[in-house]
Design a protein around this ligand. Structure first.
Ligand code: PEP
Ligand code: MN
Length: 379
């Protein structure tokens, strides 16, 4: 059930409605909208009695939500969510998970309007360094894994020069084989901090387990939850409690509903800063590593208010297909891509065959600009 408050409902009316929902033993989820606040009710097993709620001052309407993914659904929030990542505070080097509450940025405006605010701390200074959603096409680029400070900085400078807004790189790597390079761990996180200091790029890096999540959250502007962890519910819940923006990748064989339900875990803990990522699924196609499910992109845009991006690198598993899949994702309505780039892909410690070199990445960005221009998308 969604409680839609009147346009201009007062803070007291909203607070009282929230308290009434709690008193019914249910969970209120306050969702600020461009025009008015709505409160999604979760935690009910049966029908919710309308009488108690519809007579409350400030309540305009009670709308049943039919989808199992209540908070992720457009039934609950019709307008696009814009997810802001990073902030000038962090770029000035005052980064730190605890002090700056950097992940608590929440943008709840309609598409194209990037005014941001924070639910917990209404002190957002300046513009965020990147925004996902609306009419923006946002590019994350960097190596699969952080290998050394020198190479991370070289890649970061090159992708920034070519137009990427965020830098990716794993400090903790979920590898299929226990004998493969597992990442530099804490040292990798320190290198990522240095990359942000030097370049101003917002940092996206993966948390592979609940134990390392807080460490990762302190270093990152956006926490990646990988395909292998899409149904790691304790990790999803903890990421929801941290309020830091989350990049949630689709599991190799997750259905559309399972994917959105995974996102629902994060939102249900109060974190609306979720960007979905289609990274390819298992299929009988054997000429690529996975099959990029392009159709997921318009499906998500129709059903959910959350931004959705594509990962052409892990989908293809081979660099020659990355540009074509990136262009297909843009044309299908993706809000961005995450691409693996390495200074010397053939020597990369992980995922070299799918990594672009600097020239390849610059050419890709150039080819995307033409399509973005034709579509009225900002790149
Ligand atoms: C990655 O981004 O390097 C990664 C391991 O991705 P995925 O979880 O999609 O396999
Ligand atoms: Mn990789």
């Amino acid at each position: 059930m969604l409680v839609v408050m009147r346009v201009g409902a007062s803070k007291t009316e909203i607070k009282k409605t929230v308290a009434a929902i709690r008193a019914m033993g249910l969970k209120p989820n306050v969702i600020p909208g461009a025009l008015r606040v709505a409160i999604g009710i979760t935690g009910n097993r049966g029908a919710i009695s309308r009488e108690r709620l519809e007579s409350l001052p400030g309540v305009a309407d009670l709308v049943p939500v039919t989808k199992p993914y209540k908070l992720v659904s457009r039934e609950t929030k019709p307008e696009d969510t814009l997810v802001a990542v990073g902030s000038p505070q962090r770029r000035r080097g005052r980064g730190g998970f605890a002090e700056d509450n950097g992940g608590d940025l929440r943008v709840t405006a309609t598409a194209g309007n990037t005014s941001a605010h924070s639910l917990r701390s209404p002190r957002l200074c300046g513009e965020p360094s990147a925004v996902f959603g609306g009419s923006a096409f946002t590019v994350i680029a960097g190596p699969c894994a952080i290998e050394s400070r020198k190479s991370a900085l070289a890649v970061a400078r090159a992708v920034k020069a070519a137009g990427a807004s965020l830098f990716r790189g794993g400090a903790y790597k979920p590898r299929t084989s226990p004998y493969s390079f597992q990442g530099l761990g804490q040292k990798g996180l320190d290198i990522l901090r240095a990359v942000r200091e030097e370049t101003g790029l917002a940092i996206v890096t993966e948390a592979v387990d609940p134990e390392s999540l807080e460490r990762v959250a302190r270093a990152a502007d956006m926490i990646q939850i990988g395909a292998r962890n899409m149904q790691n519910y304790s990790l999803l819940r903890l990421a929801g409690q941290l309020k830091k923006p989350v990049l949630l990748k689709r599991g190799f064989s997750a259905t559309f509903e399972e994917f959105l339900m995974a996102a629902e875990y994060i939102l249900s803990e109060g974190n609306y800063n979720v960007v979905l990522c289609e990274r390819g699924v298992r299929s009988f196609a054997d000429y690529t590593r996975s099959t990029l499910d392009i159709s997921l992109i318009p499906a998500v845009r129709k059903i959910s208010h959350l931004p959705v991006i594509a990962d052409p690198s892990h989908a293809a598993g081979r660099r020659d297909m990355v540009p074509a899949l990136s262009r297909a994702a843009l044309a299908a309505g993706a809000h961005g891509i995450i691409v693996e780039v390495h200074e010397d892909p053939d020597r990369a410690l992980s995922d070299g065959p799918q990594s672009l070199d600097f020239v390849g990445f610059a050419e890709l960005m150039q080819s995307l600009r033409g399509i973005a221009g034709a579509m009225g998308v900002q790149l």
